[in-house]
Design a protein around this ligand. Structure first.
Ligand code: PHE
Length: 454
């Protein structure tokens, strides 16, 4: 990949929106509330925000700087920048992690498709708390339907990559992203007017530190990498399109701020509604899909609100699946050493992903739900494996790679600013990458695995 204009990212705003498009998605609106609900609410939020500042900011900046310097996509950037094959395994590790994320991410995107269809058909209208819960379970046990719902977004993403219109979609999200934000603000206002919403706000905003176990910290750190799409080198691709004069610090900050606002807003909608309607905050992955229909029914223009919200959520998910599948497509092209072109690679990726996604759906429903490992089905296993272990591990490797093995004398790999008040930026960045990020990740890991007590 070369630095070119055809990507459409040649404007500053273009890069911010494309990177935010990858970051903002189901991680914020589906995963964040259910993880927070299962892991202590306010305590989770505090650790999450700390991780965003400590890990998210330096890592996102690094990825963008690597991309801009190398002018390459994720897969080849490590080799290009280190000038040797020694770090190529990190490219492979990222590709594998992205592949596993893709498999379960499309399953949940399929749930959005299903609920979008239901919003259009008005089929969840009038359902109470218990009915919404049994309705979700009934949906999930209909394996053929859920497989079709999951395959639709795979085909949409493949078509977008096939026709090379991702920049168009990202430009479209320039309008849709603010709309999603507006919709969420309206929903949060509605929810805050419900009786009993205060309990939910307290659950989410007032931390109960007795809930702060090592596993909560580990989950919050993992969620930070997942939600920001950092630690895999995926943002390297966006950095490659970044104009030389664009301020990396500012761009990273804006992306992180947007992503965090959406996650926190999701919590502000979900938790008050959970308590007002009598759901359980620790409901797990289905939490958002049972609570949101309840909220949407209470909005004015309920039908329109439901259709608008699930359409926007679907598009937010698509801008993330585009960034995920692109990594797989490029990896397959590299693997084939030029024998396969982009179109072949899109076809192969789509076919493999369809099979894997179907297996994931079946692992939750009918046929294979009895097949469990460590008490989890395949869907839960992929989700936990990636978020809690694989992403933090690659984030650790990346910080060591850039912090210790790359020449920091290389001005292009360190943010700098002519402005005097920003003189601290460079030493702070180097210190964070060399010491804070790796040590904190190692401590969180050891602590979480019970090998070391903090
Ligand atoms: N950050 C995306 C989200 O929040 C998910 C994602 C993770 C995308 C890792 C790409 C890489 O939905």
């Amino acid at each position: 990949m070369e630095q070119s204009n055809k990507s459409g990212f040649n404007s500053k705003l273009g890069v911010i929106l494309a990177a935010a498009g990858s970051a903002i998605g189901l991680g914020n609106i589906w995963k964040f509330p259910y993880e927070a609900g299962q892991n202590g609410g306010g305590a989770f939020l505090i650790v999450y925000l700390l991780c965003v500042i400590l890990f998210g900011m330096p890592l996102l900046m690094t990825e963008m700087l690597i991309g801009r310097k190398a002018g390459k996509a994720t897969f080849s950037a490590f080799r290009a920048i280190s000038g040797s094959n020694r770090w190529q395994w990190l490219g492979w590790w990222s590709a594998l992690t992205v592949f596993i994320i893709t498999c379960f991410y499309f399953v949940v995107t399929g749930w959005c498709v299903n609920y979008l269809y239901e919003a259009v058909a008005n089929s969840y209208a009038g359902m109470g708390t218990d009915e919404l819960l049994t309705h979700f379970t009934a949906n999930m046990s209909n394996a053929p339907k859920m497989i079709i719902c999951a395959i639709i977004p795979v085909l949409c993403t493949a078509a977008i990559l096939w026709f090379g219109v991702s920049s168009g979609i990202e430009r479209l999200s320039k309008i849709l992203m603010p709309l999603l934000l507006l919709m969420m603000i309206l929903m949060s206002i509605r929810v805050l007017m419900l009786d009993g919403s205060g309990t939910g706000l307290r659950f989410f905003f007032s931390p109960d530190f007795s809930q702060l176990t090592p596993s909560v910290v580990m989950k919050a750190a993992g969620q930070c990498f997942f939600s920001l799409s950092v630690g895999l080198g995926l943002m390297i691709t966006y950095g490659a399109y970044m104009p030389k004069e664009q301020d990396v610090t500012k761009t990273s900050f804006q992306v992180i701020l947007l992503d965090t606002i959406v996650a926190v807003l999701a919590g502000v909608i979900i938790f008050p509604a959970v308590f007002a309607f009598g759901f359980d905050p620790a409901e797990g992955p289905q939490l958002v899909f049972v609570v949101l229909p309840a909220v949407l029914q209470h909005m004015s223009f309920a039908w329109l609100s439901g259709v608008a919200f699930f359409t926007l959520l679907f598009i937010a998910a698509l801008t993330s699946t585009i960034s995920l599948m692109e990594v797989i497509v490029v990896s397959i092209m590299e693997l084939s050493q030029g024998k396969l072109n982009r179109h072949h690679s899109v076809l192969i990726s789509a076919a493999v992903i369809c099979v894997m996604v179907s297996i994931h759906v079946l692992s939750m429903t009918g046929l294979w739900s009895g097949l469990q490992l460590f008490g989890h089905n395949l869907f839960e296993l992929s989700d936990t494996l990636v978020t809690t272990y694989m992403m933090p591990f690659s984030a650790l490797a990346m910080s060591l790679f850039i912090g210790w093995f790359m020449p920091f004398q290389d001005n292009d790999l360190v943010p700098h600013s002519q402005k005097r008040y920003k003189q601290w930026l460079r030493p702070a960045f180097v210190f964070a990458l060399r010491w804070i990020v790796p040590i904190a990740i190692i401590l969180i890991f050891l602590n979480g695995l019970g090998i070391f007590k903090l």
